[in-house]
Design a protein around this ligand. Structure first.
Ligand code: PHE
Ligand code: ZN
Length: 881
């Protein structure tokens, strides 16, 4: 394992390589323990580079067996080998030269899942960000692009399928029962997009005809027997290809597009050119085993990786600081795709929930960093929700500021200018500026300043003058390394709502730029005055979450009810219901801490039940409204000195009062929202199931709840209903015999299905309360637990740490100590997995002092462990700083 090297990389140090890579030719002879790779690289010295400058190649855990320059073995004095590099001197001054590097690697022992590794007997690669250097010595950085030819030689019986990037050149039999296949990728690409897959796999095939009438072969490879579960992914792929043509004008370029689903994968999926590799969780689905959420995730991730073909592959990143250039933009594209395929407002609500639950805490804690960072020690730690989700929000704001057409013009110019380039965020922004003649320099601060802006709003109405005034103030909190912030350009979508519920059009607005329904807040303090407003309107602000900010706007319950009833933006209606819920949840947490009874406001309960029962609203929206802010949301709002037990019991008290008041509504919904006939995963049916299941969640809080949940479990005929009923049963009645029985029945039925087993582990890991820890420890010993499978580790240890506030944040600190021991155990095998799970501690300073002290000790215990990976050490040090 590569342990900490401690090197900090600075954006300011960027410079291009001394040598230009012209071509890459790789020949793999696959063997589980001794794979031989012959790599032939053609380089020439870049113009103007010193004739003495050596060629520096990156490497990591490689065995060099041979090294040649223009076919001649290189004398030992002409190169230097270190654990992380190969440096070759005395190279031709101007003429191109060929370097041949032969390395031997051991895929079977590669437990990091970076580079070439084995998963269930299949050879597979993962190279982003710096995995290619674990395969061969190479200039392993994203601004070195070349066409690749790849030949794979392997035992034919064990590996009938041999895949790499690009188009298939040919193949045939070789010696000793081996065969070979050759692939050529004509599109110059960086090493992080390289992929190789070999093994015995089943395949699902289809075709797609592009806008210029080329037929592209589509293939999804899965383990034998799982072919039928890939059909939804195939359908999502075809819809993605079509959508990218229609909405972004982007056509696919190779003759073939392949996806391979593997069961051991650190991340969600990877966009390797023409050969995406997926965590099988995001490919495999059928009604019996996949939930509606699984289907939605598959659709989104298939689209995301496919969209990378243009935003990431055809235009890649100059360096890893530019990661958001491909990730933020591609998340924005997959969000738009899903919004078009499903309900736009419901999708937006889910996105914002996710952003607030994941990115906001990151942005307000020790791991906060700008969307475009300027330093890193371990790039793997920057595949963050800030780079991805906030990066997407920043792209969305560009679209909001420029409008649909302006955004499209900017995107078109970006593709036109930079196709084939390794580009920067500045290149991206400049395309929008040039295409629209607009200065986006203040806006660019969104890329450079970390921290969630806090916008404080207040309003006043002058009946005599018929003016309505909105005063805004923005403040961006200090974040690590950034004590002082400049005011940003914050686009705020708004509406004025009249007493009768209609939208008011002001005669004019002064005080700043307003375009359509968007106010542009650009000063630290700014007031907008609307004139010609006949009666006091209700202001709906930051509609659709047009800017990723915290908004402090003290609106009365009456005003919020008015928005919840009448805004034409469904997102704003959901936001208003959430704003009505929050003060009740906060008060309930305070009351619980003081041992007081809590009383939920009637105005809120009524508004919530009104929305739940409103048949003009789509069921998925109503389900989102009924899913109150989570315990983590409440903790975030409280902002510090948190006691998860009080938050939990306060929230439960509120839920019970809603359940009592709405018993009739929930009973009706549970009956009327039952989907009939064969299961279909479409958004409308999923919405009905979601609403019915949230009704069940409330009903389970009333007398006879356990029986209700148990019978819903028994009656469930799809995985969505089954998982939901089982969760309600286990979480509310953990010690009831019916829970043990249901968990046992579920295990028995789905024992052979790894993805469903993950759900079984996750449901138990998230049972609230202090007893969760002993349950989790027992599950670690369960024969179905698999400590080397990332999905399984995440489903047990990850779910416990991220999604079980009362269990993990036990007042005695045992949850933290347990996590520390897990991190220390996982790190030597798989540092990326260890680091990812460790981020569950990122908000430790917001806990009340007893817990915070325990958390600190657990972090210090990890810090004291010898030979930690760079991944874990980097996080620990930032969290303890
Ligand atoms: N680039 C992948 C994506 O589409 C994520 C990833 C990063 C996968 C690093 C593996 C390793 O978002
Ligand atoms: Zn991506």
């Amino acid at each position: 394992m590569r342990t900490d090297t401690g090197q900090i990389v600075h954006l300011a140090d960027y410079r291009p390589t001394d040598f230009v890579l012209e071509r890459v030719d790789l020949t793999f002879e696959l063997d589980p323990r001794a794979t031989r790779l012959e790599s032939r690289l053609i380089f020439h010295r870049r113009e103007g580079v010193d004739a003495k400058a050596p060629l520096v190649l990156d490497g990591d855990e490689l065995t060099l067996t041979e090294l040649r320059l223009d076919q001649n073995e290189l004398p030992a004095g002409q190169y230097d080998l270190s654990p992380s590099s190969l440096v070759i001197r005395d190279l031709p001054e101007t003429a191109p030269f060929e370097v041949t590097v032969i390395t031997t690697i051991n895929p079977e022992e590669n437990t990091q899942l970076m580079g070439l590794y084995r998963t269930n007997g299949v050879y597979c690669t993962q190279c982003e960000a710096e995995g290619f250097r674990r395969i061969t010595y190479f200039p392993d950085r994203p601004d070195v692009l070349a066409p690749f030819t790849v030949t794979i030689i392997a035992d034919k019986a064990a590996n009938p399928v041999l895949l790499s990037n690009g188009n298939f050149l040919g193949g045939g039999n070789y010696d000793e029962g081996r065969h070979f296949a050759a692939w050529f990728d004509p599109f110059p690409k960086p090493s992080y997009l390289f992929a190789l897959v070999a093994g015995d796999l089943g395949v699902v095939e289809d075709t797609f005809t592009t806008m210029s009438d080329r037929e592209v072969k589509l293939k999804i490879y899965v383990e034998h027997g799982k072919e039928a579960r890939a059909s939804y992914a195939m359908d999502a792929l075809k819809r993605s290809m079509k959508w990218d043509e229609e909405v972004f004008g982007r056509e696919y370029d190779l003759d073939i597009f392949m996806i391979v689903a593997v069961s051991d994968f650190n991340m969600g999926a990877m966009e390797n050119k023409g050969l995406n590799v997926f965590n099988d969780k995001y490919v495999l689905a059928d009604p019996e085993t996949a939930t509606d959420q699984d289907y939605a995730n598959i659709e989104a991730i298939i689209a995301h990786e496919y969209f990378h073909n243009w935003t990431g592959n055809r235009i890649t990143c100059r360096d890893w600081f530019q990661l958001c250039l491909k990730e933020g933009l591609t998340v924005f594209r997959d969000h738009e795709f899903s919004a078009d395929q499903r309900s736009r407002s419901v999708k937006r609500i889910a996105e914002v929930r996710h952003l607030k639950a994941e990115q906001f805490p990151e942005d307000s804690g020790p791991l906060a960093h700008p969307v475009r960072p300027t330093t890193y020690r371990e790039i793997n730690n920057f595949y963050t929700t800030t780079v991805y989700e906030k990066g997407s929000e920043v792209t969305r704001m560009i679209a909001t500021i420029l409008g649909r057409d302006g955004f499209k013009k900017g995107m078109d110019l970006y593709f036109e200018r930079h196709d084939g380039d390794a580009a920067t965020v500045e290149d991206f922004v400049k395309s929008f500026e040039d295409a629209n003649g607009r200065d986006l320099s203040q806006f660019s601060l969104w890329y450079h300043q970390a921290g969630t802006p806090l916008v404080t709003a207040s309003t006043s109405y002058d009946a005599a003058a018929k003016t309505f005034e909105l005063s805004l103030e923005q403040a961006i909190p200090a974040t690590p390394g950034q004590p002082n912030k400049q005011p940003m350009h914050i686009p705020l979508s708004f509406a004025l709502i009249a007493d009768n519920g209609s939208l008011v059009n002001a005669a004019s607005v002064s005080g700043g730029e307003v375009t359509g329904d968007v106010l542009h807040l650009t000063e630290r303090q700014q007031s907008f005055t609307f004139s010609g407003v006949g009666s006091r309107p209700v202001l709906s602000l930051n509609r659709s979450f047009s800017a990723p900010i915290n908004l402090d706007f003290k609106q009365s319950a009456d005003d919020l009810v008015q928005i919840a009833r009448h805004d034409t933006d469904l997102f704003a209606r959901w936001q208003a219901l959430t704003d009505l819920a929050l003060p009740n949840l906060l008060q309930a947490a305070r009351d619980a801490r003081e041992g007081k009874e809590t009383v939920c406001e009637k105005a809120f309960i009524n508004a919530l039940l009104e929305a739940a029962a409103d048949e003009t609203l789509e069921p998925a929206f109503r389900a989102q409204a009924l899913a109150l802010p989570s315990e983590n949301d409440v903790a975030r709002e409280l902002g510090g000195n948190n006691d998860p037990d009080a938050i939990h019991s306060g929230r439960q008290a509120i839920l019970k009062q809603i359940a009592k008041a709405g018993a009739e509504v929930f009973g009706k919904l549970f009956e009327s929202m039952k989907t009939q006939g064969t299961f279909t995963p479409d958004a409308a049916s999923a919405g009905k199931r979601a609403l019915r299941n949230s009704a069940l969640g409330y009903l389970a809080l009333l007398d006879g709840g356990a029986e209700r949940a148990a019978s819903a479990f028994a009656a469930a005929d799809n995985m969505t209903d089954m998982v939901h009923a089982l969760t309600v049963l286990a979480h509310r009645f953990p010690d009831d015999a019916k829970t043990a029985e249901a968990l046992g029945a579920f295990l028995k039925r789905f024992e052979a299905n790894a993805l469903v087993l993950d759900k079984w582990f996750a449901i138990q890991a998230t049972i609230p309360g202090a007893s969760a820890l002993s349950r989790v420890k027992a599950l670690l010993e369960d024969p179905h637990y698999a400590p080397n499978n990332p999905n399984r580790v995440r489903s047990l240890v990850g779910s416990f740490a991220f999604a079980n506030p009362t269990g993990f944040h036990r007042a005695d600190g045992e949850g933290y100590r347990f996590l520390a021991s897990q991190i220390i155990g996982i790190d030597p095998r798989n540092p990326q997995l260890a680091a990812r799970i460790l981020t569950s501690m990122r908000s430790w300073r917001s806990m009340e002092s007893v817990r915070a002290n325990h958390a600190r000790s657990a972090l210090v215990e990890i810090e004291r462990t010898p030979s930690l990976s760079t991944d874990v050490r980097d996080l620990i040090e930032r969290m303890l700083k």
